[in-house]
Design a protein around this ligand. Sequence first.
Ligand SMILES: [Zn+2]
Ligand SMILES: [Zn+2]
Length: 400
Amino acid sequence: MAARAAVEFDLLATASAMADVLTADRRHIHMHPELGFEERETSAFIQRRLSDAGVTFEAGIAGTGVLATIAGSGGAGKTVLLRADIDALPIDEQADVPYRSQNPGVMHACGHDAHTAILLGTARVLAADRLRFAGTVKLAFQPCEERFPGGAIKMIEAGVMDNPTVDAAFGLHCTPQLEAGSFGFRVGPASAASDRFTISVIGRGGHAARPNSCVDAVVVAAHLVVLLQTIISRETPPIQPAVLTVGAIHAGDAHNVIPGEATIRGTVRTYDTGLREQIADRLRELVTGAARAMRAEAKVDYVFGYPSLVNDGPMTDLARSVALDLVGAEAVFVAEQALGGEDMAYFLRRAPGCFFRLGTGNRARGITYGNHHPRFDVEEAALPFGVAAMAGVALRFLGS
Ligand SMILES: [Zn+2]
Ligand SMILES: [Zn+2]
């Protein structure tokens, strides 16, 4: 119970005392954004800051990833992994701030700069001499979250969940829809599996006035688009969320020519793994069968993206209890289910854990733009709350 007392006693005060450093770190990373798997400067910065704090680490994991390890002075125990993603987006920053991106066309528009600064701050808190806890904290600075296949799976393949085996994993994400100083939690699926498909229809082109000597790829494609909609409406359980959207359809470029080829592209979003596979199977069967029935051929390229992110019940309760102690019930909310992809999902498939939302908005200051917006920004007063929550969750788990 010693660790638990420490959580409630002074974590927010400790994190708040380093607010200036957190802001400086976040601004440095924000000004020097790098795309996924190209985070060389960012990785070097992380390594410098960990060295400054006397934290041991291993670099070059999955390319630019860094894994820091802090063994508690209280002896052996459980192992908890805390994760931050470190990559930026191919967006030209429009925000008029003194710490604007110095790399044209690249921007930290998803708050991964804040995630990184928060995890560096968490490392400093947990490495402090006076803090005693049993067990091990691993801090994973993960490259490339924004682009499939992402850095999480590569770090896992490199062994970050092993030696010692990770018993629980936690992460957070900046959320401008919540005010700074608040948190959001959700048990169960919190983001959807995000898959994509490309269908190539191959018919036989020819003169628009001689359809009988052609196989019209446009007509076949039109049937396929309608048929695809019956997968969700007629074949999946109505109480399970699933979306199938055709986002692009291309064929032909003349009034009087029947095109011999058409391409259909789309995305499928689901929470349930079985349903995810069922939809992929049925899409292939329907598309190839229907095309054949119409004398055409269809090829399906179906790519499974990030799986759905599922928060564990007890681990979410544990993380929420830390937030309740930090900010009180009036600032702890139920997080919305999102349909975006998030590769933290891979860590949470290997160990129970929770990915929670850190409020980073400030309506009074106009910090309200959504993630991936060119004017996205983070209310930096939220950074100490992120540090206190991450450190608190780790300590409470290890002390439990
Ligand atoms: Zn993002
Ligand atoms: Zn993100």
